[in-house]
Design a binder for this molecule. Structure first.
Ligand code: ATP
Length: 196
């Protein structure tokens, strides 16, 4: 049975913390393929300010390039509207018949996972895999079935977020430690995130 991963996010912009998480996930779960799906409109968030979908997609392609397991997909952007994970899993399941699906999130998302639309259905279609993101504990919150959630211990997250990168770019600060060089080049060339 194919082992297929799914990694969604705003990726506004994608950064080296995302890349490290994707690599760790692919290794730990022995994935054949990892779908990376930038959201059109992320649920449970204030309106997205930053880069347009087409630019976030291109930035993902540049950031996640070079690993044959990684497949950046525009399926959430094409679907338009709010990007619900359940819809994404259904689409991927249709394209990967019979595969075992593994969904990646950081601990920040785990705390509010039961607010996700159709979270029980998500756990029916995929195994939720969680890695350390911030200070929030890597532990199963009450109410989630342990057999459908895997806590991925041993990941040391980069202390970075896209929000911080957007702020630093807006202030003209150096963000090169946090971004793939090709992604930084694209951001500068297109003047994204109010950078010079
Ligand atoms: P923002 O600051 O705009 O909220 P973000 O940096 O948190 O953005 P998202 O696109 O919202 O990035 O995150 C997508 C997924 O990547 C989430 O599951 C999140 O937990 C995970 N993630 C983000 N940054 C890191 C990091 N530094 N280390 C590990 N996982 C991360």
């Amino acid at each position: 049975m194919n082992r297929i991963g799914v990694f969604g996010g705003s990726f506004n912009p994608p950064h080296l913390g995302h890349l490290a998480a994707a690599r760790f996930f692919a290794e730990e779960l022995r994935l054949e393929k990892l779908w990376i799906t930038p959201a059109n409109v992320p649920p449970l968030r204030a309106a997205l300010r930053g880069a347009a979908g087409a630019d976030r997609l291109r930035l993902c392609e540049l950031t996640f390039a070079g690993d044959p397991r990684f497949a950046v997909s525009d399926l959430e952007l094409r679907r338009a509207g709010v990007s619900y994970t359940m819809d994404t899993l259904r689409e991927i399941q249709a394209q990967e018949p019979g595969a075992a699906l593994f969904l990646l999130t950081g601990t920040d998302q785990l705390q509010r996972f039961t607010q996700w639309k159709d979270w029980r259905g998500i756990l029916g279609l995929s195994t939720l895999c969680v890695l350390q993101r911030d200070a929030a504990p890597l532990a199963l919150p009450p109410g989630l079935p342990p057999e459908r959630v895997r806590l991925l211990h041993g990941f040391a997250p980069l202390a970075i977020s896209a929000t911080q990168i957007r702020e630093q770019l807006g202030a003209g600060e150096d963000v090169s430690p946090w971004l793939a060089p090709a992604a930084l080049h694209y951001i500068k060339e297109k003047g994204l995130f109010d950078c010079e």
